[in-house]
Design a protein around this ligand. Structure first.
Ligand SMILES: [Zn+2]
Length: 380
C-alpha cells in the first residue's frame, strides 16, 4: 500500500513541511522527509483524521430528530445511521464518540460497519438520566446511588467505550431544564467511581453552572457543553472556570453549525451571547478543550459538521494550532485512543485527511477535504 506525499503535514501537534507517509495494512509504518511516493497529493496539508468527541448517530439532523427516532424501528434507524456514518467520514471525521443512542444501536453499528463505510465509533449507549429526565426516551433512566451504579455496570457489560450521564436537563426534552441539576453529588460520585472501576471514562452533560461545578467535583473526565445556562440567558462563573482550567478535566465545547438560514431554536438563540462569552472566558482561562459538535440534533448540525466547529472557535479568538490539536491529538486523548489515533506517526492508524492550502492560515479549508483515508483506504 502506498506512500503518500503532501506539501505540508500536521502530525497532530505541529505543522511540518513536505513529508511522505508510508502505509501498510491500515497502519502508518513510517513518515519520511523525502523519497519516492505512489501518490502525490500536491499542494495540500495532510492531517490525522478528525475526531468529533460528541455526536448522536441516531439523530438525523432534521427539524424533528426525536420524533423521527421515536416512530422508527431499530432496523430503520440502523439503516439511516449507516448513511450518517458515510456522511461523517466523507467530511474528514474518521473517529466519532457517540454520546447517546437508543438500545446500544451505535455499538451495533460499530460492529457492522466496515472501515470503508464510516468512522471508528466509540459509543456510550443510552445516556444515564433520571426518570423523565433529559433524553429519557433513549432508554437510560436510572435513579439513586444504587440505580446509577447498576446502570454503569450494565453499560460496561455491553462493551461501551465511555459512559454518558445527564447531570443537568437539556433543550431537547420538554419538562427538563438546562439550568437545573438532575442528580445530587452522591449519584454523580457513584457513577464516576463505578465507571472508573471498570476502566471507562465518563462524560457529563452539563449546562448549568452548578451542574458543571458538580461534574468537576465528582471527577468526570469530560464535561460536555459547559454553556453556563441560566433560566433565560447564560452567565459564566469565573471561579468555576478557573477551577476547570486548573483541573485535568477536558471541556467538550459544543461548536459547529452549518449556515442554514434558519434561526437557532428560541431557547438557544436568547442565550447565544452568553454562551459565546463563556466560550471566550474558557479560552482566556486556558481550559483544556476538545470539540463535540452534537451532530445530529438539528438542521444546523448535520453529521460531519465538526470542521465548522473548528472555524467557530478560531473566529472567537482561539489559536488555530490549538484548535487543530483539539480535533486530533487532544481529542484522541479524551477518547482514550491516543495510542493509535490523532497523530501521524509510525504505528498509528492510517486515518488521514488532506485539505488544500494551510489550515493555520485559514481553518475553513477543513470544511473542504480533498482526500480522506480510513485505515489506509481512500474514501474520497
Ligand atoms: Zn448531545
Amino acid at each position: 500500500m502506498p506512500a503518500i506525499r503532501a506539501r505540508r503535514l500536521f502530525d497532530g501537534r505541529e505543522l511540518l513541511g513536505e513529508r511522505v507517509v508510508h502505509v501498510t495494512d491500515g497502519k502508518i509504518t513510517a513518515v519520511t522527509v523525502d523519497g519516492p511516493a505512489d501518490l502525490d497529493l500536491g499542494d495540500v496539508t495532510l492531517l490525522p483524521g478528525l475526531i468529533d468527541c460528541h455526536v448522536h448517530l441516531v439523530f438525523d439532523a432534521s427539524a424533528d430528530p426525536v420524533g423521527h427516532l421515536t416512530e422508527s424501528s431499530d432496523e430503520e434507524v440502523l439503516d439511516r445511521m449507516r448513511e450518517e456514518a458515510a456522511r461523517t467520514v466523507a467530511a474528514g471525521v474518521t473517529t466519532v464518540r457517540d454520546l447517546g443512542d437508543r438500545g446500544y444501536l451505535a455499538l451495533r453499528l460499530a460492529e457492522k460497519l466496515g472501515v470503508t463505510e464510516g468512522p471508528e465509533i466509540l459509543a456510550s449507549g443510552p445516556p444515564i438520566t433520571t426518570t423523565g429526565g433529559h433524553c429519557w426516551f433513549l432508554g437510560g433512566q436510572a435513579d439513586g446511588v444504587e440505580g446509577v451504579r447498576a446502570a454503569v455496570r450494565e453499560r460496561a457489560e455491553r462493551g461501551v467505550h465511555v459512559v454518558k450521564m445527564m447531570v443537568t436537563g437539556g433543550e431537547m426534552t420538554p419538562g427538563t431544564f438546562s439550568h437545573l441539576r438532575q442528580y445530587g453529588l452522591a449519584e454523580l460520585c457513584a457513577a464516576v467511581e463505578e465507571a472508573h472501576a471498570h476502566g471507562l471514562p465518563i462524560a457529563a452533560h452539563a449546562h448549568a453552572g452548578q451542574g458543571i461545578a458538580d461534574a468537576l467535583a465528582a471527577g468526570f473526565d469530560t464535561i460536555e457543553h459547559c454553556s453556563f445556562m441560566t433560566e433565560h440567558a447564560a452567565e459564566h462563573d469565573e471561579t468555576i472556570i478557573a477551577r476547570l482550567a486548573a483541573s485535568d478535566v477536558i471541556v467538550s465545547l459544543t461548536a459547529g453549525i452549518v449556515p442554514t438560514g434558519e434561526p437557532p431554536p428560541p431557547g438557544i438563540a436568547k442565550r447565544m451571547p452568553g454562551i459565546m462569552a463563556a466560550l471566550r472566558a474558557l479560552h482566556a482561562a486556558g481550559a483544556a478543550f476538545v470539540i463535540g459538535s452534537d451532530a445530529g440534533i438539528g438542521p444546523g448540525k448535520p453529521h460531519g459538521v465538526l470542521p465548522y466547529g473548528a472555524r467557530m472557535l478560531v473566529d472567537l479568538g482561539y489559536a488555530p494550532l490549538d484548535v487543530l490539536r483539539s480535533v486530533t491529538s487532544r481529542a484522541a486523548g479524551a477518547c482514550r485512543v491516543a495510542d493509535r489515533k490523532g497523530r501521524i506517526m509510525q504505528g498509528y492508524d492510517a486515518d488521514l485527511v488532506a485539505v488544500s492550502g494551510d489550515p493555520l492560515a485559514d481553518i475553513s479549508v477543513l470544511q473542504r477535504p480533498s482526500a480522506v483515508f480510513r485505515m489506509g483506504r481512500r474514501l474520497r
